[in-house]
Design a protein around this ligand. Structure first.
Ligand code: THU
Length: 140
């Protein structure tokens, strides 16, 4: 497994990393390839792609693969997630991925398609009233 990628740290780099990761998708059932790239609080980049399974419900979204790769390498704060999906229009992250983003402090989500302008959203826009770790850790 290669280590984290380092770029210049801009949104364009993150979108490019997500687009490149899309090529590694394992999506024989939906044929809908998605790539994601996340930037950690300390500026490292991790990528992921969707991974499907013949038992469909076991499939993993690209966003969660990328986030969990970063977390499994010790990162707990992720600032930005970029997602690039097949098709003409950007694919918005599913609700489960939004909840996982909230867990690790994601602030910005960049959603792009190969032939359309990226959309930038705050996670707060995508998930209005999240269930947060603080609720269980006794801080709220
Ligand atoms: N998918 C993602 O990877 N991310 C999204 O934001 C939406 C959906 C994947 C899951 C599945 O492999 C395929 O797209 C079709 O739902």
């Amino acid at each position: 497994m290669p280590g984290p990628r380092r770029g210049t740290g801009g949104d364009a780099d993150l979108v490019a990393a997500a687009a490149a990761a899309r090529a590694k998708a394992y999506a024989p059932y939906s044929r809908f390839r998605v790539g994601a790239a996340v930037r950690t609080a300390d500026g490292q980049t991790y990528t992921g792609a969707n991974i499907e399974n013949a038992s469909y419900s076991l499939s993993h979204c690209a966003e969660r693969v990328a986030i969990h790769k970063a977390v499994s390498e010790g990162h707990r704060e992720i600032h930005t997630v970029a997602v690039v999906a097949d098709g003409r229009e950007p694919a918005m992250p599913c609700g489960a991925c939004r909840q996982v983003m909230a867990e690790f402090g994601v602030r910005r989500v960049i959603v792009a398609a190969p032939k359309s302008r990226p959309r930038i959203r705050t996670l707060r826009q995508l998930l209005a009233e999240p269930f947060l770790p603080e609720r269980l850790l006794g801080k709220r």
